[in-house]
Design a protein around this ligand. Structure first.
Ligand SMILES: [Zn+2]
Length: 268
C-alpha cells in the first residue's frame, strides 16, 4: 500500500469540518503497509487550551517516540485533523495482528483522560470510523479501543466500545445513530401529577398535536384552548389525557411521562 493520500477525502465524507495539517500526505514512518483495523485513542493532553492542543505531539512525537503518532486527530469541537498518510507509531506492542502499526489506522481524540467527551466530538469519532470502514472494506468489529489491543493502555477512557461499534455499524449502513434517541430521552424530564414547570407545556402541546385533546378538556378553562396549552401544571385532567394517549399507543397506562412515553409524544 502507498501513502494513504485519500484520507482527507474520506474524512470529508463525514460531513463535518476537516483540517489538513501541512505536509500530511508525505508524513509517516514509510508508507502504510496495510489497513486491517482502526485503533481509537485519547491524547492524554492538557485539559484545556483549545480544540486540539495535542497536535504538535501527535504530528512530531515526544521524547523517545518520533512522530507521527497517528493518522488522525479529533478536536473537542468534532473537527477532524488529517495528520499523516503513512505508517504511525500508535500501537506497539499489539495483542492483535490487525491492529499493530503496520496494519491499522490510529485516531487520537483530544481528551485529558478523565474529562467528559463533548457530544460533537463523539459524533465525529463515530462517523470517521464508519467512513474508514467503508473505504477499507472493514466490518465495525475491526474498530478497537487502544485498551482492547494493548492491555497496558487505558484509552479511550469511559467509552463503551460495544455501543461505539454499534453506532459505527449503523453509520456504515446509513442509519441514524441508535444512541441518539437514547441520549435525547435520557435528558428529558419526568412529568407526573402535581408537577408545575414549563415541560408540562411541552406535554400539552404534544398531546394536542397528536389529536389527544378533545374540546371538553378546555371547555371550562379561561382563554379556552390557549389557556389550557399555556398551563404549566400537571393536573388530574392532563394525567387522564396522558393515559388516553398511552392506551392508544399501546403503552402502560400509568399517566406518567417518562422514558417510555416521551419518544411516542415526540415521535423520535
Ligand atoms: Zn492510545
Amino acid at each position: 500500500m502507498p501513502f494513504l493520500t485519500q484520507l482527507a477525502d474520506v474524512a470529508r465524507r463525514t460531513g463535518g469540518p476537516v483540517t489538513e495539517v501541512a505536509g500530511w500526505k508525505t508524513r509517516g514512518h514509510g508508507p502504510q503497509p496495510e489497513v486491517q483495523g482502526i485503533v481509537c485513542h485519547h491524547t492524554a493532553g492538557p485539559a484545556g487550551g483549545g480544540d486540539y492542543p495535542s497536535l504538535a505531539v501527535v504530528r512530531d512525537g515526544r521524547p523517545g517516540l518520533d512522530g507521527p503518532l497517528s493518522h488522525f486527530g479529533i478536536g473537542r469541537s468534532g473537527t477532524i485533523y488529517v495528520i499523516a498518510a503513512g505508517r504511525c507509531w500508535h500501537n506497539a506492542p499489539s495483542t492483535s495482528p490487525r491492529h499493530d502499526n503496520s496494519s491499522s489506522i490510529g485516531i487520537e481524540a483530544e481528551n485529558n483522560g478523565v474529562q467528559p467527551w463533548p457530544a460533537a466530538q463523539i459524533a465525529a469519532y463515530i462517523r470517521l470510523c464508519a467512513e474508514l470502514c467503508r473505504e477499507f472494506g472493514l466490518p465495525a468489529s475491526r474498530v478497537k479501543a487502544h485498551r482492547e489491543v494493548n492491555t497496558a493502555k487505558p484509552d479511550p477512557h469511559s467509552l463503551d466500545m460495544n455501543d461505539f461499534r454499534a453506532s459505527v455499524a449503523a453509520a456504515v449502513k446509513g442509519e441514524p445513530d441508535p444512541s441518539w434517541t437514547e441520549n435525547l430521552v435520557k435528558n428529558l424530564p419526568q412529568i407526573r401529577l402535581g408537577d408545575d414547570n414549563f415541560d408540562v407545556k411541552t406535554v400539552r402541546g404534544c398531546l394536542f398535536a397528536r389529536g389527544h385533546v378533545p374540546p371538553a378538556a378546555y371547555a371550562g378553562v379561561a382563554e379556552g384552548l390557549e389557556g389550557w396549552l399555556k398551563s404549566t401544571r400537571c393536573d388530574t385532567g392532563l394525567v387522564e389525557l396522558v393515559r388516553g394517549f398511552q392506551r392508544a399507543e399501546g403503552l402502560d397506562e400509568d399517566g406518567f411521562v417518562g422514558p417510555k412515553t416521551w419518544p411516542s409524544l415526540l415521535r423520535v
